[in-house]
Design a protein around this ligand. Structure first.
Ligand code: NAP
Length: 271
């Protein structure tokens, strides 16, 4: 039985076990995916533990995505350029770090709109925004970053060839796509974007998936925009992890169903 899991802090509400275990079961892969809660001070030991115990692969989440880089044996070129790893593959004892978050963003958006030459407004400048901006620039989009802390947006803009603005200027923003990458709206009925701005965009995507339809997405739908929820990205990035670990085609529909079911159960307090 091969063992996979997720390292992060906290990880108890992760949808990844439901998603990956459903995929393993459906394809008859003899593997299990579990939770490895890892406090920041234990990251180094946890990574040694992956080698020692022969854990075949892990997802990496907040707050370890950047700190794990120097602890790995080999890095994918894209993970290095983004500066974050969300996937580790154990290749006969050597730990290989990759990033599938950017592919999650790319696939979620590009199945709805061709990004080449489009103007994309990114709200937020944290780790998730970094992977998203890499994807958007790869796809040939023009990127405008709006963030509460302007310096953080400016740093990202310099790294990826984008433009930076303070979050207060969002009321004047316009473009083809609006991509929300902050944690605002997570388990709360708040949006970082004023409602009247939304009709200026064709497509609005939120990385937050709890609730599935955030206030931003509800208001965007009411304004006539096409909307993409955060679970779409989560499933695509998880699918790419599954492909890296098993070499198999990920059963994406089934992974989405499992993640949605888990989300519902957590909401109902059965968890
Ligand atoms: P992070 O590195 O901590 O960045 C957080 C971002 O949110 C920063 O831009 C921060 O602005 C902004 N922010 C936080 N509170 C705010 C507030 N009250 N008002 C305005 N801006 C605020 O976190 P992250 O890793 O980028 O993750 C961000 C969100 O994306 C999380 O909710 C995470 O769950 C979600 N996510 C989803 C997926 C998916 O697959 N759907 C993947 C990755 C992440 P400052 O710079 O000013 O602090």
């Amino acid at each position: 039985m091969n063992v996979y899991g997720i390292i992060g802090w906290p990880v108890s509400h992760s949808l990844s076990p439901a998603m990956h275990n459903a995929a393993f079961k459906a394809l008859g892969v003899k593997a299990l995916y579990g939770l490895f809660p890892t406090p920041p001070e234990a990251l180094k030991e946890a990574v040694s533990g992956l080698r020692a115990l022969g854990i075949r692969g892990v997802s990496v989440t907040i707050p370890h995505k950047e700190k794990i880089l120097p602890l790995l044996d080999e890095l994918d070129e894209v993970a290095l350029r983004i500066g974050a790893v969300n996937t580790v593959v154990n290749r006969e004892g050597r730990l290989y770090g990759a990033n599938t978050d950017w592919l999650g963003v790319y696939q979620a958006l590009s199945e709805r709109i061709s990004l080449k030459g489009k103007v994309v407004v990114v709200v937020g400048a944290g780790g998730a925004a970094r992977a998203a901006i890499f994807a958007l620039k790869e796809a040939g989009a023009e990127v405008l970053i709006y963030n509460r802390t302007l310096e953080r947006a400016e740093k990202l803009a310099r790294a990826f060839g984008a433009r930076a603005f303070p979050l207060e200027a969002i009321s004047r923003a316009e473009g083809d796509v609006l991509l929300q990458t902050t944690s605002v709206g997570l388990k709360e009925d708040r949006s970082p974007v004023p409602e009247e701005v939304l009709s200026r965009f064709k497509v609005v995507m939120d990385m937050v998936y709890q609730p599935l339809e955030t206030r931003l997405l509800r208001e965007a739908r009411q304004a006539g925009c096409e909307t993409i929820d955060g679970l779409t990205m989560l499933v695509y990035q998880g699918g790419e992890q599954f492909r890296l670990w098993t070499g198999l085609e990920p059963p994406l529909d089934l992974m989405r169903q499992a993640a949605e079911k888990e989300l519902e159960e957590q909401k109902d307090g059965k968890f």
